[in-house]
Design a protein around this ligand. Structure first.
Ligand SMILES: [Zn+2]
Length: 285
């Protein structure tokens, strides 16, 4: 069985929830926050401790569109303390069937700033950084270093590869989510422990095209699962999709889990995997 249990995610969260300079954020939950999140604090295995872990966490969300922005919405209402939203370009009218943080009057303006304004209005306790850029070789390292968890919702493999390599470099967990028409996939990558994006797709799928068909309910479905993966990583709740690739054909409501190959010779994560295998006995093959 190569699926790490939740005890792994507990250790993942505890090892990633310090700030980049190593100092723990110890702002306690306020009475308002305790009331706002009361219904999730009630969840078995959650409690105030998990809520505090969410408050202390920073999540980088790339590609703030139908997928990334919807995932950001669910992280904001869950009480993740800081969100970094990264997306270049302006809102188009044909974004409006799925980009639920946007409003009609914002068409033609940079979408990431509207995303921040909407999230701040919904939950003023969450700190939101909005950056009107795409993932580039120049910005990726500092962005990844700033985060505890990264959501890869970018819409091409150039950005996805840059993000994957940076997450491996800095040892940051990355939730990898993508869709094409009515199909979607989702996995959670922990460098050295699980296959990385390059292990899973050594040859890139032809998903780089712009303008594929998409229903908002499809990107929203994937977005909710993506946000849930991040919440699981941060809090240790349940079992994240470590070394598992969830594929979804939403035309037929067909869901399947696969076990992608963890390539020991992967040019991106191979060295880190070998290094971790030398120090950990439970690293999956
Ligand atoms: Zn790899």
């Amino acid at each position: 069985m190569d699926t790490p249990q939740s005890s792994h995610s507990k250790s993942i969260s505890s090892s990633h929830l310090s700030s980049p300079n190593g100092e723990l954020n110890v702002q306690p939950l306020t009475p308002t926050e305790l009331e706002r999140y009361r219904r999730q604090i009630m969840l078995p295995g959650f409690g105030e401790e998990s809520q505090q872990q969410l408050k202390d966490a920073t999540v980088l969300v790339t590609g703030v569109g139908g997928l990334g922005a919807t995932a950001a919405l669910y992280l904001a209402v869950a009480g993740v303390g800081r969100l970094i939203l990264l997306r270049g370009g302006e809102l188009r009218l044909d974004d409006m069937n799925r980009q639920i943080l946007m409003t009609h009057d914002w068409v033609g303006k940079p979408r990431v700033f509207k995303a921040r304004a909407t999230l701040e209005a919904i939950n003023p306790d969450v700190k939101i950084d909005a950056i009107c850029e795409y993932v580039t070789a120049e910005n990726v390292d500092s962005l990844v270093q700033s985060a505890d968890v990264v959501l890869d919702c970018a819409h091409n493999f150039t950005e996805r590869d840059l993000l994957n390599a940076a997450c491996v470099r800095w040892g940051k967990p990355m939730v990898e989510a993508a869709m094409n028409d009515m199909e979607a996939y989702l996995t959670t990558i922990v460098p050295g422990l699980t296959p990385c994006l390059s292990c899973i797709f050594p040859e890139k799928p032809n998903w780089d095209k712009r303008g594929f068909g998409v229903l908002g309910a499809v990107s929203g479905t994937l977005a909710c699962l993506t946000a849930l993966e991040a919440i699981k990583l941060i809090t240790g709740l349940g079992t994240p999709l470590l070394s598992q690739l969830l594929t979804m054909n939403l035309s037929h409501a067909e869901f399947a889990k696969h076990h992608p190959y963890h390539d020991p010779e992967c040019p991106v994560c191979g060295e880190k995997t070998r290094r971790m295998a030398g120090t950990k006995q439970d690293c999956p093959a």
